[in-house]
Write a protein that binds this ligand. Structure first.
Ligand code: XMP
Length: 516
């Protein structure tokens, strides 16, 4: 970065929403760097040489300040003279460190809660008397020392927010980064612009040069291959890597046979047209054979992840590449359970799907801290075509995780045709822009039907159409019945193996977006 940007350092205490804090800050035009809670004051000083660090946020986390192993804070950090905002666990930790009283709350609070704002100042400036906020905690702060004042309370939390009387130090028991906190953005903006005096002088596009430098540094002069699926993340990574290391890069597109209709051809045409070294590997039989008899979704994901790596290793050996570059983004990692305290939801093929041993000297994941919409903005800044940047996400294991039960050649054909119909009908309806994903799933349920006066017995296809902003949560889309009707009519008419079509009306959570 040539110019220094204003930045906030977020200390990660293991909370589910920690990265969301970083993202919300970036959305306001301020750069954020997420660092482990073990960071020392001296290291923050070093970071300050690269960016204008204007404040610190201590994230939430699952620990209790009373746990023997509880994550702490280097006390010297509080002497750096930087504004500090503690959230949830960060709020309790801050209160505990400065001599306040923290103990288990009489009743735990999870979800939407109302707090009473006693003093609308600092971080709470401009808020009403009652605010709807998102809480998720079992300990609470019961008092703070003299030099601090209580700024808000709730039924179960005598000190739901506090602030130092003179210094810019605040704690909030709730999560302003979560959309369910109605005025969460205002609270974060207050911290950034009123308390820390940040300027909104950063854009996600400013990351382009930083990422290019990182790829250059990480690959260290050696040849690299990039795992290109044709999706947004790997396409943007490919464009960045090509800028970073030019013809030391080979993009490898593995056709595992579970792609959507015409996908392999369009990926090949586009990237060859960009002048990038591209190898297309036909591995259809190999993947299908490995999946024979497998019905467990996690096994499928692991097998596909491993097979991908084996193909990449073979190519790398042939061309003498030492590094593997992947387009992994933040939600892929969190859902694969990479963090110490977070639970594993499913193995995304490019993360935990990696086998324990890989032959690469290094795996480089330059987009690992970003969300899909941020990647899209980088794609636009790089001048990639809109159809590519705004393609709906598609999982690495492809249609194989949209077939419940064993994957067979016949089922892949059925779900591929159904997927094309769902896409065509949704795109024709003009609804595409507001949808995150729209696709078909081939369930392992069979049902009876009647087609042309004769009994039909065939597959049940589920249609999944969701709205989301970053895939961490999603809602099923309430699309018009007429669109669902044309999808259902076409699928049952055009695919003889299908007897029935159902619509999935489950949000995420509790469901995930993909069925497996
Ligand atoms: P879930 O099903 O976990 O999906 O709610 C969240 C988002 O991630 C996509 N997805 C994947 N992307 N490799 C990927 O690159 C994978 O293995 C994978 N599995 C799911 C999914 O389509 C949705 O957008």
């Amino acid at each position: 970065m040539s110019e220094l940007y204003d930045a906030i350092i977020v200390l990660d205490y293991g909370g589910q929403y920690c990265h969301l804090i970083g993202r919300r800050i970036r959305e306001q035009g301020v750069y954020s760097e997420i660092v482990p809670w073990e960071i020392k004051a001296e290291e923050i000083r070093l970071i300050s040489e690269k960016m204008n660090v204007k404040g610190l946020i201590l994230s939430g986390g699952p620990a209790s300040v009373f746990d023997a192993e509880a994550p702490k804070l280097d006390a010297n950090i509080l002497n750096l003279g930087l504004p500090v905002l503690g959230l949830c666990y960060g709020h309790q930790l801050l209160a505990h460190i400065v001599g306040g009283k923290v103990r288990p709350a009489e009743r735990r609070e999870y979800g939407a809660t109302y707090v009473t704002i006693d003093r609308p100042v600092g971080v709470l400036k401009g808020l009403g008397r009652k605010e709807r906020v998102w809480m998720s905690h079992s300990d609470a702060v019961f008092s703070v020392p003299e030099e601090y004042e209580v700024l808000a309370h709730s039924e179960n939390c005598p000190v739901a927010a506090f602030g130092h009387r003179e210094k810019p130090v605040y704690g909030l028991q709730w999560h302003p980064e979560v959309v369910h906190t109605e005025n969460g953005v205002l609270m974060l903006r207050n911290f950034l612009f009123e308390v820390c005096g940040c300027k909104a002088n950063w854009k996600v596009e400013n990351l382009v040069n930083k990422i290019i430098e990182e790829i250059r540094f990480e690959t260290g002069g050696s040849k690299a291959i990039i795992a290109l699926s044709g999706g947004v993340d790997s396409s943007v990574t490919t464009a960045l890597a090509a800028k970073a290391i030019g013809n030391r890069l080979t993009a490898v597109f593995v056709d595992h046979g579970f792609m959507r209709e015409n996908e392999p051809e369009s990926v090949e045409n586009f990237f060859k047209g960009m002048g990038i070294n591209l190898m297309v590997i036909d591995a259809k039989d190999r993947f299908l054979k490995k999946l024979r008899g497998i019905i467990d979704p996690e096994m499928k994901r692991k097998i596909i992840g491993e097979e991908f790596i084996r193909v990449f290793e073979e190519v790398a050996e042939k061309i003498g590449a030492e590094c593997l570059i992947q387009g992994t983004i933040y939600p892929d990692r969190i859902e694969s359970g990479f963090r110490r305290f977070s639970d594993k939801i499913k193995t995304h093929h490019n993360v935990a799907g990696l086998p324990a041993r890989v032959k690469f000297r290094k795996i480089v994941e330059p987009l690992r801290d970003l969300y899909k919409d941020e990647v899209r903005r980088i794609g636009e800044a790089l001048g990639l075509p809109r159809e590519l940047v705004y393609r709906q996400p598609f999982p690495g294991p492809g249609l194989a995780v949209r077939i419940t039960g064993e994957v067979t050649r016949e089922k892949v054909e059925v779900v591929r045709k159904a997927d094309r119909i769902v896409r065509e009908e949704v795109e024709r309806s003009g609804l595409k822009e507001r949808l995150w994903q729209y696709f078909a799933v081939l369930t392992n349920t069979m049902a009876t039907g009647v087609k042309g006066d004769a009994r039909a017995y065939g597959y049940v296809v589920a249609v999944r159409i969701v709205e989301s902003s970053e895939a961490m949560t999603a809602s099923f889309a309430k699309i018009p019945y007429e669109v669902l009707e044309s999808i259902s009519t076409r699928i049952t008419n055009e695919i003889p193996e299908v007897a029935r079509v159902v619509y999935d009306i489950t949000h995420k959570p509790p469901a995930t977006i993909e069925w497996e």
